[in-house]
Design a protein around this ligand. Structure first.
Ligand code: F0G
Length: 351
């Protein structure tokens, strides 16, 4: 039987490591590619979900972090730092523990989901809540890494992109070729950059016959790439992608243009509708930001922009348990019953 060994061991020949590189891993990657029945029916396509919430800390960030922390360790770093809307910090904190390093995280005050804050705390990182947004946090983290002995592990660190590109490899390995379209949420734009790099590398090495069109979706209140200008005060309920000045902006445009794809926006209402649909109809519970990919696909399909018969993969980036408030909000309160089968059966509509 084969036990998945984490992305560095599984894709060693496609990553910047040597025999002596000290691999820091939690067994990340190897995530499910789940056929999405209802989405397939609605679009007339063959839709799959790449469920990245199944990673060790519950998001795709672990793919990049195993690489970034491994390389930091190889270079002798003793401390790492990142800015985050919550998932990068959870991941950095966990992998720093594995590497025996100190981890500092900068998060926008009051704007990260409870589960993510809990992760940073329990992994034992040093947390600063910054009186500003993610973009302010990233500027601060950059300046600290330039002036103090601490390595930056945000996706401006090229090793993060190297690790994250492995998700594209897994998809091609599973499907036998690249899909026609790949859809994903866009925040700081590192992930769309990484997938595009992965798909291009596989196509260049004849591991696939083509690369997909890349479709990225931002939240309407935080859609600088769609608007073509920095958003000073980004807003959205999808706090993971509440970003007004993405670090990999130019790479996202390149992914869009080289692939013949698009970058569009979805409203918070569309995000929440897709979020509930994914859980209640596909059985896949993701965090709101992750649902932006599916919201975008549904929006495009409703506008008649999705030709039937295509193979489409949507990345759902983070686990729903990260941000449970949205699952509970607006849902009916469960009734309380006595320890009585007849009463329980009546409430369940069985009687
Ligand atoms: N989905 C989730 C769940 C995320 O946490 C992020 C980014 C994205 C999508 C967007 O990915 O930034 O590569 O375009 N989260 C970062 C963080 C910003 O700090 O955790 P991106």
């Amino acid at each position: 039987t084969h036990q998945w060994r984490g992305i560095i061991e599984e894709y060693r020949d496609r990553l910047p490591v040597t025999d002596t590189t000290p691999v820091v891993t939690l067994g990340e990657g190897g995530t499910p590619l789940v056929p999405a029945q209802v989405l397939s029916e609605r679009t007339g396509c063959e839709v799959h979900l790449k469920v990245e919430g199944a990673n060790p800390t519950g998001s795709f960030k672990d793919r990049g972090m195993t690489m970034a922390i491994t390389k930091a360790k190889e270079e002798g770093a003793q401390a790492v730092i990142c800015a985050s809307t919550g998932n990068t910090s959870a991941s950095a904190a966990a992998y720093a523990v594995r590497a025996g390093m100190v981890c500092a995280v900068l998060v926008p005050q009051g704007k990260i989901a409870l589960g993510k804050m809990g992760q940073a705390l329990v992994y034992g990182s040093s947390i600063l809540q910054v009186d500003g947004n993610f973009d302010d946090c990233l500027n601060l983290a950059r300046s600290l890494s330039e002036n103090y002995p601490v390595a930056l592990v945000n996706s401006v660190n090229p090793f993060r992109i190297e690790g994250q590109k492995t998700a594209a490899f897994e998809i091609v390995d599973a499907l036998g070729d690249a899909p026609d379209i790949h859809v994903l949420p866009v925040g700081n734009a590192g992930n769309i950059t990484a997938y595009w790099k992965g798909y291009k590398e596989y196509a260049a090495d004849k591991m696939s016959t083509r690369a997909p069109r890349m479709w990225g979706f931002q939240a309407s209140g935080s859609a600088p790439i769609v608007r073509g200008e920095v958003v000073k005060d980004p807003s959205t309920i999808a706090t993971a992608i509440r970003i007004g000045n993405p670090a990999s902006w130019q790479y996202a445009l390149a992914a869009r243009d080289e692939s013949g794809g698009l970058i569009d926006e979805v409203t918070d209402r569309e995000i929440l509708r897709a979020y509930r649909m994914l859980a209640s109809q596909e059985g896949v519970f993701v965090e709101p930001a992750s649902a932006a990919s599916v919201a975008g696909l549904l929006k495009a399909a409703e506008l008649g922009k999705v030709d039937p018969g295509q193979r489409i993969v949507c990345t759902v980036t983070g686990n729903g348990l990260k941000d449970p408030d949205w699952a509970v909000a607006g849902a009916p309160q469960p009734v309380t019953v006595p320890v009585d089968a007849a009463a329980a059966a009546e409430h369940l509509g069985l009687a």
